[in-house]
Design a protein around this ligand. Structure first.
Ligand SMILES: O=C[C@H](O)[C@H](O)COP(=O)(O)O
Ligand SMILES: C=C(OP(=O)(O)O)C(=O)O
Ligand SMILES: [Mn+2]
Length: 449
């Protein structure tokens, strides 16, 4: 199958692209990227698609999470381990409490490019191009740093390769062994109420594992987990250069990650991002904000998944706590009535951002939970499956979102605000979210008789 050229894609209209200052340097970088080895294998993308087909059928739940924006500086072993650890903890909570298989996908090893609401940023009377992620320009607020630099795409490739290599080692090399379930709970979490709840659950799991082992059952699944990478497919040069023809099927796969999604700002039906994603075989997602009409969603599904293959397409809704109950029902109802096979996933972050009086971008934990509750309620009323959760989180003890069990206040935001883009749930808030969602999920998975 012929892929459209980059030029063809740009001719369709490409939103949110960097204005690279030197086209010939971009060409050189793209040429180098095209010769770099794939970061993931096509067969792994197929495996994830099969798992997402189970999500679509209501037999599994997707947990997708990580930073809003990864940074090159932040691609350290400690950081990657911390993110993986919190995702593993959340996954085990969801699996154990709701007895539903959890498909684990990180927003990592490639989540380096950001769409922005505004092209420019003004601080104290100085206006510069907005930061668009480490794939494009630097976060420092200086003229030099904000100039888009295509060499960064090579840095992103290398950093993604190193991150993925470490994640693969962790998940297959013993770190993700269920016997480690206690050690994922580090000290600062253990002392919190949610950490204590986790400890009790980990104790139950330990006893169950000891029993299983005693009766001679010790399956491979206890010792390793499947973990997949994902990011927003935003910078066309990068995604196009990493789209390759799979030797088994002779079909194109975007081998920069297992799962790619199209953002709320780049999902124009005739636009470049939808066109490129329509050509690849990976499982893909589309973010749907509150202005999405049922016709938009149905048209996107027809365009992106013309064969209506379960697992190929995930709709990630991000409506906001105040709108989910009014906007989501009609969307889900009409898309379902049209016979569209899709996994419905809730992003309770992007519709709930606001600016604190101190100027920090933040989110209320309570709004996040309210959106998730609305998502579950709407799906329960319609008899459809609430297929998963897409969250911005970190494994560290940051202070970026307010509320939660530790009652973080707006005054606390400055203590440890490290995100270069959107505010993330910290370790404790993430675990709290997992327990609350596990309660919701267990009610859907085991309806009262
Ligand atoms: O992560 C999502 C977007 O890139 C982000 O919310 C945009 O933020 P902005 O509104 O500050 O540009
Ligand atoms: C840009 C993002 O979200 P959205 O496209 O939903 O605004 C994101 O997930 O970081
Ligand atoms: Mn974000």
């Amino acid at each position: 199958m012929e892929l459209p050229s980059l030029r063809d894609l740009y001719d369709l209209g490409a939103a949110q692209q960097p204005t690279w200052p030197d086209a010939s340097e971009v060409d050189r970088v793209v040429d180098r990227l095209r010769r770099n080895p794939p970061l993931v294998f096509a067969g792994e993308c197929d495996d994830l698609k099969a798992k997402l087909a189970a999500v679509t059928r209501g037999e599994a739940f997707l947990l997708q999470g990580g930073d809003c924006a990864e940074t090159l500086e932040g691609a350290t072993a400690d950081n990657v381990r911390a993110k993986l650890r919190v995702l593993l903890q959340m996954a085990v909570v969801l699996t154990y409490a709701a007895s539903v298989p959890v498909v684990k996908v990180g927003r990592l090893a490639g989540q380096y490019a950001k769409p922005r609401s505004s092209d420019m940023e003004t601080r104290e009377g100085v206006t510069l191009p907005a930061y668009r992620g480490d794939a494009v320009n630097g976060y420092d607020f200086t003229t030099e740093s904000r100039v888009p630099d295509p060499q960064r795409l090579l840095d992103v490739y290398n950093s993604s390769a190193a991150t993925l290599n470490l994640v693969r080692a962790f998940v297959t090399g013993g770190y993700a062994d269920l016997r480690q379930v206690h050690t994922w709970n580090t000290d600062f979490v253990r002392s919190s109420p949610v950490g204590k709840r986790y400890e009790r659950m980990a104790g139950d799991i330990d006893r169950a594992l000891t029993f299983m082992k005693a009766i001679g059952a010790d399956p491979e699944e206890f010792h390793r987990v499947d973990f997949h990478s994902s990011h927003e497919a935003l910078v066309l040069e990068y995604e196009h250069a990493l789209t390759r023809i799979d030797s088994r099927t002779e079909l194109p796969y975007d081998v920069s990650a297992h799962f790619l999604w199209i953002g709320e700002r780049t999902r124009q039906l005739g636009g470049a991002h939808v066109e490129l994603m329509s050509r690849i075989q990976n499982p893909i997602g589309v973010k749907l904000g509150p202005t999405t009409t049922p016709d938009d969603a149905i048209a996107l599904a027809q365009r992106l998944n013309p064969l209506n293959e379960p697992g190929r397409l995930t709709f990630i809704t991000r409506m906001g706590a105040g709108r989910i109950r009014t906007v989501l029902p009609e969307l889900v109802e009409k898309v379902t009535a049209a016979g569209v096979q899709v996994a419905w996933v809730c992003d309770p972050m992007h519709g709930n951002t606001f600016e604190a009086s101190s100027g920090y971008k933040t989110r209320r934990f309570e709004d996040v939970m309210e959106e998730v509750q609305g998502f579950f309620d709407v799906h329960r009323e319609l008899g459809t499956w609430p297929g998963g959760l897409h969250v911005e989180l970190t494994g560290d003890n940051v202070t970026e979102c307010v509320g939660g069990g530790e009652s973080l206040l707006e005054e606390d935001l400055s203590h440890r605000y490290e995100s270069v883009c959107d505010p993330r749930l910290n370790r404790v808030q993430s675990l709290e979210l997992a327990f609350l969602v596990a309660d919701m999920l267990s009610q859907v998975a085991e309806p009262e008789l």
